[in-house]
Design a protein around this ligand. Structure first.
Ligand SMILES: [Zn+2]
Length: 102
């Protein structure tokens, strides 16, 4: 059973946006123009980019979701650094034992 979450509605909206044909075109174009992970490149590491990240927070701003700016990232960069930026802040998650996670 999924727990009710005040963010779940917005998360569902963005899941739909990410599945749209329009987003797939944007994503394809971004990865074609910058095929390397830009965050790995900052550390002089060359990694193939597989994900497209919105530069800066886009939450609640659909125009920015479509218009960018975008950053090409690899999966691990996107998972670690990208999700914090998507929320527009550094977030603290708490595990089941009540202690901060990550
Ligand atoms: Zn990377």
């Amino acid at each position: 059973m999924a727990k009710p979450d005040r963010r779940s509605e917005e998360a569902a909206l963005y899941r739909r946006l990410y599945q749209s044909a329009r987003w797939r075109r944007i994503r394809h174009h971004q990865l074609a123009s910058q095929p390397l992970c830009e965050w790995c490149l900052e550390s002089e590491i060359v990694t193939e980019a597989t994900e497209v990240h919105h530069d800066g927070a886009h939450r609640g701003d659909i125009e920015r979701f479509w218009s960018g700016p975008f950053i090409s990232t690899c999966k691990s960069c996107h998972a670690s650094r990208g999700q914090r930026e998507d929320l527009g802040q550094v977030t603290q998650t708490f595990g089941e034992d009540g202690w901060p996670v990550g």
